[in-house]
Design a binder for this molecule. Sequence first.
Ligand SMILES: COc1nc2nc(N)nc(N)c2nc1C
Length: 308
Amino acid sequence: TQNRINALKEKLNQFSYEYYVLDKPSVSDREYDLLYHELEKLEKKFPNLITADSPTQRIGDNVLPGFQKVQHDVPMLSLGDAFSQEDLLDFDQRIKKLTEKPVQYICELKIDGLAVSLHYENGLFTRGATRGDGTVGEDITQNLRTIKAIPLRLKQPLSFEVRGECYMPKDSFVKLNEDRDEKGLDVFANPRNAAAGSMRQLDSSVTASRNLSVFLYGAANFAELEVRSQSELLTKLSEIGLRTNPERRLFDSIEDVWAFIEEVGEKRSGLPYEIDGVVIKVNEFETQEEIGYTVKAPRWAIAYKFPA
Ligand SMILES: COc1nc2nc(N)nc(N)c2nc1C
């Protein structure tokens, strides 16, 4: 029985990874459901064999009285903004004054959601928090566990912190508002507010009903990952089970970065999630460290914001 339970958990967690993280399901929903119900039945019969990384353990069975405050080991910073091509050229000039090394830029979409931090210990998801004021956030572990795109166990027993954006896909937002309107409830103004409202639920079964997802883009205390650039980090995160946004590109010049931004501006309305900009980062970590930080933001990154 223990073996069967382990085999079912392995299969179901792999199917979830393919469906929610890679967006490439390999089995039908029905096949998934059959295995899921078999696991539920076995766990009901042998409750002492239930483990925290079982897919049946995503929805907590208690409503929290409130959210605990948590201190971020490494502050969650903000980003400087750019609103024009000229602002980007100025950014590029500043970078060139701060390092002699040739600079490669990585561009990532800036998802319009809620920044979150996820702690993994020996591969297990142990704690999740909001950004808060960057130093102190709120513990929303129970709610984050309900998000299927967040693995309860990584593919490797690694310990580090990962950061990203929790968001509500556009189609989930439309359906949620239609449903609320029918029930005479207030509708949400935009997917970002809907995601924030859904993450701040004390009852995780409500969060579970909101079809949230996540894109991860950063990490802290991640020496174990042995990566030397932002691009390598994103690839590693995806390999070990974490969802990253595929619309990322490397460029050798700020002119090419600008062309990419214009391209994204064109196709933005067709994306299945809302974005408010493009984040441009110096790709190599060694160069990032050389360039450094201001009190509240990295000097080696900037967020180009689309006109509202
Ligand atoms: C390096 O710090 C950051 N990197 C980011 N990257 C992406 N893609 N999106 C963000 N919102 C973001 N925010 C911050 C503070």
